[in-house]
Design a binder for this molecule. Structure first.
Ligand code: ADP
Ligand code: MG
Length: 601
């Protein structure tokens, strides 16, 4: 038998590499945009046709290439970005593998024009499916334009797997906007089938860019995160606990300005919320980490989407800490305490891939202030000993007042719920006390109930003795009609009367009978113009209903009413923040009380 092994022809090798790097049109866009940024451009314009299947063109005003370089750029492993092995461990550019252009040119028709500040004539290089380049002069300003057409025209198997134009377009939009987020000082545009669809002018900071990319509504619901020490600098934005999403897909992570995916670090953000997140909800986060170049290995994944840290668990801890601090400082998580846990005491809980077992026993769980939410909600054991347990009673004759005691004061026993200034409820808990905002508490209770009843289509209503009649403008009337059903399930009995008049003759039992007209009008108005565009109608109605229908500041509450309210509150999914993100309670631990009285516990 003769020798079997042969070295693959260059073009075939490139095609194989393309299989790894170039999965779909969006991968081409990613590589070309990254090259444009690496070239120092301040403007990157992307144009696509038919979801990039017909054409992808990326134009930059960067430093361009000499003719020799431009030809060389298409050879496999041709790169200007690293010289030697040491450079591989200090990568500060997007590219370094020298594979993208060679791969792209082997599976599409490529037409590149480029010019540098030094060269007289610019160059035009055309390559079809990895064939020999055709080189001509091209007059053009400094910068580079690469057009890639008919992607995979010579790889039918791949072409067949491309999805609809809409899907491929969505992937491209996502690549452009994600990259744009990390480079606010670079202007980006995306033209889809001749229409400019995205346009992000150069701005001075990531917040302003994030507003352009993510929208003001979302950014208004975000709080800033910062952290800075010798290992890592972190900045970014995380959602308030009330602005969360049902999936994990809204977590953006950038390491040294490179978008990467990291389950572990996304998990750090999630963990940082402790249990203030409602069940099955995930934060939106945009996190920028900066570490020394030699702390990360970017050469892990052909498309460079993943990254390896030399000390991942330290980065994990710091990110988690940064998120906790951000939430604390934002008033979403209220505490009297002033001390913050020492980072050196902390162990990350169960980051995937870090090999740590989840443990409520970890120091962090016990010491941190955010984790005031108690063991039940996280399925841990009784480390959060201040947790209010509904239904606990005073032990007769016991000298130790148990938490959550809400019985009537019939035996002269002290009760542990008091109303302060007709606005707050003071409650003793095992390791201190909490103050509950009565309005916020009821808002939370009503909100969750409203959502439930709208889901189930059964809400007890109470008949109004005097039905309320309202004249509404036509657009609002249309909204009422559209959501008839929802109002009904919530417990409002609504009828149309004549052209413009709405009659409400029954309201939910939980609502007060006074002010029904204002309440109803508010609900309709908020359906119309509540800024949170991404809230469902149910949620909008529930929010307005809950913030206007219930107990208010100034309402005097009986012992029994407080009892019910507090019990109901702790039966909700998220007893700590209102649907609008305001805190519902603050806590004073005994330790802190003692400290303030200059006693050392
Ligand atoms: P890499 O980015 O990994 O170096 P590529 O195949 O993407 O590999 O690009 C090869 C080389 O071509 C780059 O190293 C760079 O020198 C040059 N190049 C590619 N695109 C541009 C551009 N838009 N402007 C200037 N030079 C470019
Ligand atoms: Mg590149």
């Amino acid at each position: 038998m003769s020798d079997q092994i042969k070295v693959l022809p260059e073009n075939l090798a490139n095609k194989i590499a393309a299989g790894e790097v170039i999965e779909r049109p969006a991968s081409v866009v990613k590589e070309l945009v990254e090259n444009a940024i690496d070239a120092g451009g301040s403007r990157v314009a992307v144009e696509i046709k038919a979801g990039g299947k017909q054409l992808i063109r990326v134009m930059d005003n960067g430093r361009g290439m000499s003719r020799e370089d431009a030809v060389l750029a298409f050879e496999r492993h041709a790169t200007s970005k690293i010289d030697n092995e040491d450079d591989l461990y200090r990568i500060g550019t997007f590219g370094f593998r020298g594979e993208a252009l060679a791969s792209i040119a082997s599976v599409a028709r490529v037409d590149l024009t480029t010019n540098t500040a030094e060269e007289e004539a610019g160059s035009r290089i055309r390559i079809d499916g990895g064939a020999a380049p055709r080189v001509t002069d091209a007059g053009r300003a400094e910068g580079t334009t690469i057009s890639v057409s008919q992607l995979f025209y010579n790889v039918p198997a791949r072409r067949k797997f491309l999805r609809t134009t809409g899907t491929e377009t969505r992937h491209i939009v996502s690549v452009v906007s994600t990259t744009a987020m990390a480079y606010p000082e670079v202007a980006f545009s995306l033209t889809i089938d001749g229409r400019e669809s995205l346009s992000f002018p150069a701005v001075s900071n990531t917040y302003v860019r994030a507003q352009a990319v993510m929208g003001n509504t979302l950014m208004n619901q975000m709080i800033p995160v910062t952290y800075d020490d010798e290992l890592v600098k972190i900045h970014g934005f995380i959602s308030r606990p009330d602005a969360t999403r049902v999936s994990r897909t809204h977590q953006y992570l950038f390491i040294n300005q490179r978008p990467v995916s990291s389950r572990a670090l996304n998990h750090a953000v999630f963990e940082g919320y402790g249990s203030i997140l409602p069940r099955d909800r995930y934060p939106v986060s945009i996190i920028f980490l900066a570490v020394d170049l030699d702390q990360v290995d970017v050469n892990v994944h052909p498309a460079k989407r993943e990254i390896r840290f030399s000390d991942e668990s330290s980065v994990y801890k710091r990110l988690l800490q940064a998120v906790r601090l951000a939430l604390q400082n934002s008033d979403v998580v209220p505490v009297f305490e002033t001390d913050t846990p020492d980072i050196s005491d902390m162990t990350p809980a169960a980051a995937p891939g870090t090999g740590n077992a989840p443990g409520p026993e970890s120091t962090m769980e016990r010491r941190t202030q955010i984790d005031l939410f108690g063991p039940e909600r996280r399925g841990g054991d009784a480390t959060g000993d201040w947790t209010y347990t509904p239904g606990d009673t005073v032990r007769e004759g016991g000298d130790e007042a148990r938490q959550g005691t809400v019985r009537e004061d019939t035996h002269g026993e002290p009760v542990s719920l008091w109303q302060l200034h007709n606005a707050y409820i003071f409650a003793q808990v095992r390791d201190g006390f909490i103050l509950i905002d009565q309005h916020g508490a009821h808002e939370r209770v009503l909100f969750e109930r409203a959502l439930q009843t709208m889901d189930r289509e059964s809400a007890p209503s109470q008949q109004l003795l005097f039905p309320v009649t309202m004249d509404l403008p036509v657009p609002q009337l249309a909204l009422v009609q559209e959501h008839f059903d929802l109002f009904g399930r919530l417990g409002f009995n609504v009828k149309l009367f004549g052209e413009q008049t709405v009659v409400v003759d029954a309201v939910p039992c939980a609502a007060k009978k006074q002010g029904v007209d204002t309440l109803f009008q508010r609900m309709v108005e908020h359906l119309q113009d509540l800024p949170a565009r991404d809230l469902k109608a149910e949620e909008r109605i529930a929010r307005t209903f809950s913030s206007h229908a219930g107990i208010r500041k100034g309402d005097s509450l009986s012992q029994r009413e407080m009892d019910t309210l507090v019990n109901d509150l702790f039966a909700t999914e998220t007893p700590y923040v209102t649907p609008g993100g305001r805190p519902i309670m603050v806590r004073m631990p005994l330790e802190e009380i003692e400290r303030r009285f200059n006693k050392t516990p």
